[in-house]
Design a protein around this ligand. Structure first.
Ligand code: ADP
Length: 190
């Protein structure tokens, strides 16, 4: 079975491109950002706790997001393919995912990393903030903090998956269709 991590900094287009891949390959889509926003909308305890971190542009604690993925493990272990969007975001999350997948004799197929320059990320996130009302996209300081946190906590995953020979960089600038086509042809070549 296929387990793809769609990777990249905030604003790289993970959500948009995950949708293109899901439409094309009919894989299961797991976005921890969407799951967390669902919890916030439902005003659950987990959501209220997570909101403080999200609004500050910080990562939600590992135990919380790993717990959400564990809850989906029965499905993750049985569907033909999964696209992880926004997860894992720390080395601890990557190790937890490996352990969970090993428990059902599965493993990560590839990490597809959307490469987008810093200034383009900030521009895209500010635009998204205007149309979506997402509080974490509303001001430049929060956006810059997310990009800094990405550099400190998430980028080390590139090394982690490079060592496993699973890291595949993809040019993330261009039209949505161009980038989808790059991703689809990469997945077909795996
Ligand atoms: P983006 O990639 O554009 O920042 P997401 O929707 O993926 O948007 O995530 C929004 C926020 O949710 C993140 O800034 C972070 O606070 C939180 N979040 C999402 N996924 C994770 C994760 N795997 N680990 C920790 N925090 C997460």
């Amino acid at each position: 079975m296929i387990h793809l991590i769609l990777f990249g900094p905030p604003g790289a287009g993970k959500g948009t491109q995950a949708q293109s891949l899901v439409d094309y390959f009919k894989f299961m889509h797991i976005s921890t950002g969407d799951l967390l926003r669902g919890e916030i909308a439902a005003k659950t305890e987990l959501g209220l706790e997570a909101k403080r971190f999200i609004d500050a542009g910080e990562l939600v604690p590992d135990e919380t997001v790993i717990g959400m993925i564990k809850n989906l493990l029965d499905r993750i272990c049985t569907v033909p393919g999964v696209i992880y969007d926004g997860f894992p975001r720390t080395v601890a999350q990557a190790i937890a995912l490996d352990t969970m997948l090993t428990s059902c004799k599965e493993g990560i197929t590839a990490l597809l990393s959307l490469e987008v320059p810093h200034d383009e990320l900030v521009k895209r996130l500010l635009l998204r903030g205007e149309s979506s009302g997402r509080t974490d996209d509303a001001d430049v300081a929060t956006i810059e903090n997310r990009i800094t946190v990405y550099g400190q906590k998430t980028q080390p995953l590139i090394d982690y998956y490079t060592k496993l020979k699973k890291y595949h960089p993809i040019e993330g600038v261009g039209s949505v269709e161009e980038i989808s086509a790059r991703l689809i042809s990469k997945v077909k070549s795996l």
